[in-house]
Design a protein around this ligand. Structure first.
Ligand SMILES: [Fe+2]
Ligand SMILES: [Fe+2]
Length: 257
């Protein structure tokens, strides 16, 4: 089972570049499932129905989220109804949407879980215990993908080891900067600390650089808008054993526009 997992897609430029790159690489790679982090897909902050539809049209089949989940009011129209959208699992009980979804790939159930770290982010419930809870709920599922959306590398590395041998993959998202540490951990879990983003390369994490520099220089609020110019596409390709769900390989795919 071959899976493509795309990092945070940023705004309209990111959505358009997702479409362009996927159009080119899908025939060549023939993935069985394409997942993307969509927390910045609408105007750089959050997800709307329109942005989600564009990603589905491009070939994305499942969308995970993060700390920007609730930035667009429109997301409420899809969080509960659209079974392809997953928000962080460790939000408090009663939060709209679901922290996990199950999809069918090659006749197998694939469990997709979104977790959010707590360092420099909202203080959600413990993502480690949340992961234990969901794994206990679905002991029969062997193909499990975890998007660990977190700011600090240590929290993501720790989650990789914590879930090693229990899930097929732990991929980090949120920082928009890809890390060079993709590998299969000894007990068969594919791991990368951060996928990176699909978005404008010459901004600051996809935001217009002048606006970010102004805020840093002046400590005054400034508008943050999605940057323009060439995009970067960051993803991983992972191959999982069809029967056991163990990862056989993971490699980064980085394309420049
Ligand atoms: Fe992000
Ligand atoms: Fe984020």
């Amino acid at each position: 089972m071959k899976i493509l997992y795309l990092g945070d897609i940023v705004g309209q430029p990111g959505r358009a570049f997702t479409r362009d790159v996927l159009r080119r690489i899908i025939p060549e790679l023939q993935p069985d499932l394409i997942v993307a982090n969509g927390e910045n897909a609408a105007h750089g902050r959050g997800l709307t129905k329109k942005a989600a539809e564009e990603l589905y049209d491009a070939g994305v089949e499942m969308i995970t989220l993060g700390n920007h989940t609730f930035d667009q009011k429109d997301v409420l129209s899809i969080l509960d109804e659209d079974e392809r959208v997953v928000r962080p699992l460790n939000y408090p009980p009663g939060t709209p949407g679901q922290g996990f979804r199950i999809c069918q790939v090659k006749g197998r159930s694939v469990l997709i879980v979104n977790l959010m770290g707590r360092a420099f982010l909202s203080q959600l419930d413990c993502p480690f215990r949340a992961a234990d809870g969901i794994l206990a709920q679905f002991p029969e599922i062997k193909h499990i993908l975890v998007d660990m959306h977190a700011e600090v590398t240590s929290e993501k590395v720790a989650m990789g080891w914590y879930l090693e041998g229990r899930v097929s993959a732990v991929v980090g998202t949120h920082t928009h900067v890809p890390t060079n540490d993709a590998r299969v951990l000894p007990q068969g879990t594919a791991y990368i600390t951060d996928l990176g983003m699909v978005g404008p390369r010459d901004g600051v994490l996809g935001v217009q650089r002048e606006q970010v520099i102004y805020r840093l220089l002046t400590s005054r609020p400034s508008r943050f808008e999605v940057a323009e110019g060439p995009c970067q596409f960051c993803a991983v390709e992972m191959v999982l054993d069809d029967d056991t769900g163990r990862a056989q390989s993971i490699r980064s795919i980085i394309e420049e526009g």
